[in-house]
Design a protein around this ligand. Structure first.
Ligand SMILES: Nc1nc2c(ncn2[C@@H]2O[C@H](COP(=O)(O)OP(=O)(O)OP(=O)(O)O)[C@@H](O)[C@H]2O)c(=O)[nH]1
Length: 259
């Protein structure tokens, strides 16, 4: 069945949604649970994406004075979500953005898009979440939206080992359009509620191996290799999700392959 409410966003060359001409840009207030007064504690030091407790004063100052051109695209981050068909990419995004879960499968055609606004340490911040199609026949449409991502979330089904194997190809395709030296990677296992503890334990081991392979590939110095020799920000984390029964937010179990 095809997603009935599917929409393709109008985009500019950088892949960001374009504002409708002549319309005033009036934004609703940021939701309370999207206001982060302090950066959250990480489960493990190696799994932390932030190394400092605060922003660099230059960033804070530029954002407050609306001069974010000087600090790059700090105030908007593009996240692309890739992975095999039916692994649960849309459900993951819907749980995060709308706190909803739909048990009926409706394939994404091409791409779908959500925007989440945050306030992080007093600085407004927007997250663009690009939900891409896992079906082969829509892959070429979806891949045109890969460019300019700050983070890539590669999803696999914890009950389908083939979907884990395919994550390497999904990542390789996504990295063709992005800078491997600066993009953040997340390896996400979905449908945890459907696996038994024994199945889950096996899959967790395999997922850790894949995460480690991804990381090793990133460090390869040869040109044309998956990654970049110096990629301090690129660090795959494993996150296991269960969109079905967890009521709110991304349930995170970070099992970083570092250390
Ligand atoms: N039990 C359970 N079912 C899930 C979970 N996540 C997704 N599903 C189901 O899996 C099916 C596919 O989910 P989608 O989110 O549409 O999958 P997708 O990866 O976006 O699929 P494509 O759009 O084809 O790429 C749906 O029937 C969902 O209800 C989960 O955590 N638990």
């Amino acid at each position: 069945m095809l997603r009935s409410n599917h929409r393709l966003p109008i985009t500019n060359l950088a892949g960001a949604p374009r504002k409708a001409a002549g319309k005033m840009n009036i934004l609703a207030p940021v939701r309370r649970d999207r206001v982060l007064a302090e950066l959250p504690q990480c489960l493990r030091k190696e799994a932390a994406l932030h190394m400092h407790k605060d922003f660099h004063p230059r960033v804070t100052c530029a954002c407050q004075e609306h001069r974010t051109g000087t600090v790059g695209r700090f105030k908007i981050s593009k996240v692309i979500v890739v992975g095999d068909l039916s692994v649960g990419k849309t459900c993951l995004i819907n749980r995060f953005c709308k706190d909803t879960f739909d048990k009926n499968y409706k394939a994404t055609i091409g791409v779908d898009f959500e925007m989440e606004r945050f306030e992080v340490l007093g600085i407004p911040f927007s997250l663009q979440l690009w939900d891409t199609a896992g079906q082969e026949r829509f892959k070429c449409i979806a891949s045109t939206y890969y460019r300019g991502a700050q983070a890539i979330i590669i999803v696999f089904n914890l009950n389908d080992v083939a979907s884990l194997e395919h994550t390497k190809q999904w990542l390789a395709d996504a990295l063709k359009e992005n800078d491997p030296s600066s993009v953040l990677l997340f390896l996400v296992g979905s449908k945890k509620d459907l696996s038994t503890p024994a199945q889950y334990a096996l899959m967790e081991k395999d997922a850790l191996k894949v995460a480690q392979e991804i990381k090793t590939l990133q460090r390869l110095p040869s040109p044309g290799a998956l990654g970049h020799p110096h990629s301090p920000r690129a660090r795959p984390l494993d996150i296991c999700t269960d969109c079905f029964s967890r009521p709110k937010s991304f349930p995170l179990v970070a099992i970083s392959p570092e250390g």
